[in-house]
Write a protein that binds this ligand. Structure first.
Ligand code: ADP
Ligand code: MN
Ligand code: MN
Ligand code: MN
Ligand code: MN
Length: 357
């Protein structure tokens, strides 16, 4: 679409197509201490940028819980660049990881370790596909469409639902899908979830470190778009206690060896290794995950490792189609919706292939 065809609602519309006079706006995006994205903008000369061409920047880490007040500068090192679906034109989104003034990675920089693991085991060509579940809340933290007092009718009609009373805020989901495609995020699909006001988008297959990068930009875009609609995005793994499904970040994985005929051997060997490090995985699979992994509502119990073909009540599921073919991928169903994709993909690599050094 030509830039001049783009229309915006409200007063902003008068300004968005103004000539930028040879400059672009770069939106630097990073991950804070709470697992939210933050961002700020700067002007750069108009040109094509790769991460290594972009200036290192900084922010006040004492305002984000990422550094003490007396040594507050945290550095932003660009790691991936995407076209900006909001500003269009040559404007860009710049995903950055966080570094301390002494040259060490910031405490909340989980990308750095994951990238080392991906590099060390690159010959296995690891593919990931993550399923991000989330809940849309109003500004009073109530899920959209839920009565002010009381609850909606029990779960059943909402999953992949169509029609009023079954799904809410579809425009946010659709806008997010389009924005991801524009930005080059490898979004693979989306669906309404089992709990009303809950949705999911999938990203993948992505190679190695790209998984975390694309999922984080996907999260950024979702929050940024929901902001325009006055909606909050919750990634709490059990937003509503009781007989309501929680929210996960199912993590699908395959290696080069798993994707070819006879690959089930490699899948089974990997699952055996995963079973031996269950607690280590749970430790990085998100906070409050014990409220979700109860063994009910399509989950496996948090203190028990299990796996099975087509079993949605297990820790690990081998899709029916893969079992039938004898190769493909497996799904780790344990990660919570608020987990960090760098931590998930990193520990999967470490458990299956060993430490980076
Ligand atoms: P589910 O049936 O669990 O809801 P989804 O369709 O929501 O599955 O998500 C499946 C995910 O698995 C997608 O992100 C997809 O990209 C990913 N995927 C598919 N094939 C592979 C593969 N060979 N290796 C890794 N991930 C894969
Ligand atoms: Mn300032
Ligand atoms: Mn899914
Ligand atoms: Mn789901
Ligand atoms: Mn799944």
């Amino acid at each position: 679409m030509a830039e001049s065809q783009v229309t915006y609602a409200g007063n902003l519309a008068k300004y968005t197509n103004l000539d930028q006079k040879g400059k672009i706006i770069a939106e630097y995006i990073w991950i804070d201490s709470e697992g939210n994205t933050r961002s700020k903008s700067r002007t750069l000369d108009e040109q094509e940028y790769k991460p290594e061409d972009l200036p290192v920047w900084n922010f006040d880490g004492s305002s984000t819980g990422q550094a003490p007040g007396d040594n507050s500068d945290v550095y932003l090192k660009p790691v991936a660049v995407f076209p900006d679906p909001f500003r269009l034109g040559k404007n860009i989104l710049v995903l950055s990881d966080c570094w301390n003034a002494d040259g060490t990675p910031n405490k909340y920089n989980y990308r750095h370790e994951a990238a080392k693991l991906m590099e060390a085991h690159a010959e296995h060509e690891p593919w990931f596909g993550l399923e991000q579940e989330y809940t849309l809340l109003d500004l009073n933290d109530r899920p959209y469409g839920w009565p002010k007092n009381g609850y909606p009718a029990p779960q059943g009609p909402y999953y992949c639902g169509v029609g009023a009373g079954k799904v809410v805020q579809r425009d946010i989901v659709e806008a997010h899908y389009r924005a991801c495609l524009y930005a080059g995020i490898k979004i693979s699909g989306t669906n309404a979830e089992v709990m009303p006001a809950q949705w999911e988008f999938q990203v993948g297959p992505c190679l190695g470190i790209e998984m975390g990068d694309h999922l984080w930009i996907g999260r950024f875009l979702l929050n940024r778009i929901a902001e325009e609609f006055g909606a909050k995005v919750s990634v709490h793994p059990k937003p509503i206690p009781g007989d309501w499904n929680g929210a996960g970040l199912h993590s699908n994985f395959s290696s080069k060896e798993m994707r070819v005929e006879g690959g089930m051997k490699a899948i089974e060997a990997a699952i055996e290794k995963l079973g031996k490090r269950h607690q280590e995985h749970i430790a990085v699979y998100g906070e409050d995950n014990e409220k979700r992994l109860t063994g009910r509502h399509e989950t496996g119990a948090i203190d028990q490792f299990s796996y099975g073909v087509a079993n949605r009540g297990a820790s690990i599921r081998i899709p029916r189609e893969c079992a039938a073919k004898g190769y493909g991928y497996f799904e780790d169903r344990r990660p919570a919706s608020n987990a960090d994709p760098y931590q998930i993909t990193g520990i999967i690599m470490e458990t299956i292939y060993g430490a980076a050094e």
